[in-house]
Design a protein around this ligand. Sequence first.
Ligand SMILES: *Cc1c(COP(=O)(O)O)cnc(C)c1O
Length: 464
Amino acid sequence: MRYVSTRGRAKALKFEDVLLAGLARDGGLYVPESWPAFTKADIKAMRGLSYPELAARVMQPFVGRSLKAGELVQMCADTYAGFDHAAVAPLRQVGRNQWVMELFHGPTLAFKDFALQLLGRLFDHVLTKRGEHVCIVGATSGDTGSAAIEACRGRKCVDIVILHPKGRVSEVQRRQMTTVKEANVLNIAIEGSFDDCQDLVKAMFNDQAFRDSMNLSAVNSINWARIMAQIAYYFAAGVALGAPERSFTFAVPTGNFGNVFAGYAAKKMGLPIDHLVVGSNSNDILTRFLTSGAMTMGEVVPTLSPSMDIQVSSNFERLLFLALGRDGSAVEKLMNDFRASGEYRLPAKSLKAIQALFEGRRFDDAATKAAIKGIHKLTGEVLDPHSVIGLAAGLECHDYKRSTLVALATAHPAKFPDAIEAAIGLRPALPERLKDLHSRKERFETAPNDLAAVQDMIRARVAS
Ligand SMILES: *Cc1c(COP(=O)(O)O)cnc(C)c1O
């Protein structure tokens, strides 16, 4: 299996190079040259597999010869053994032909663990084989930083440095990052905003000398391997609920479009999906696009679902590439238009194809709180502000006679206790593994919003 760039100019790479590269050199994102396809019989044969076995089967065609089949199975077994539910991704029924898939039983209580826990292991495997070492650098406003740190802590071939805006992430989110003890983890609180942190990371990648001397790498959501790992739970839900004989609507709370794109990939690979519902908060660029066909940039506003406070969904470029018939130069032109004018439009035919599959719904904070309350009353389930947007969007679009609804629950409610308390007057408790989070010792450095100061700090730590 080889991967091509959505901008059409970078050379095609094999899995392990795509894993380490993240972004393509022409600024595009990697997608598989063709989709591996599972037949109805292949899907039936997945019945009764454990989650790690099923995940390995779904991912094997993508990793090609980079890992032997046995190695991938073992790696998946290790990865998902760290989740604290025996089903890994349990399903709960919430209505007639309507289900929630809980993707928050990993170490940091968000669905990002599904991909990042595997990514940490994949990096170690490939780097060990090559005798290389990398320094992963990233910025976080919340969930991604802790999931990435948790995935990389203690790994031999990786150092990880995460920048967060000082005083601007929640207590639980900060402590999940800063109470990790391993020496290969460096947290830096930047005296600035999340955008300042992101700018510092970009500046470090643009400083060629620094980039090369530190061997910088990234695990952000445009990394193909993250999408790949997420495809597996779509198959797991489908197989458990009657695929290939029944068809599915998946509802996904969406920010960067990585999670829902994995659903699109599952469809391409043969899972019977007839609808993908995108749930947005007030940052609704995607839901507006799905209605009007115009992608128009707006201002980011803070909401109760911070992991979806995004205006530009970087993974959407993958769908564009496919909707435009894999025409990289057409994608590049749209992206340039977007950068220059803050807007682009799709040709009518491509838009129609997207609208036939995707549907969007938007929930502002008041509607999010009302949905938390409504779902709790109806089912007794307590959903976090991200997950509830997915389910509420799904319920609005779902026809129970035609398909089975699966709404993806992306975070544990205990990560957002204030929002839950405001909606239903209950404060969800942290699960057992994080019970003592508030008494653990924190370790982090503080730096001014200054590139040279941050680079010195990283050099001092990583060299030692
Ligand atoms: C990251 C995140 C999302 C958004 O997922 P995308 O793949 O960026 O669309 C939704 N919910 C939670 C809890 C997240 O952490």
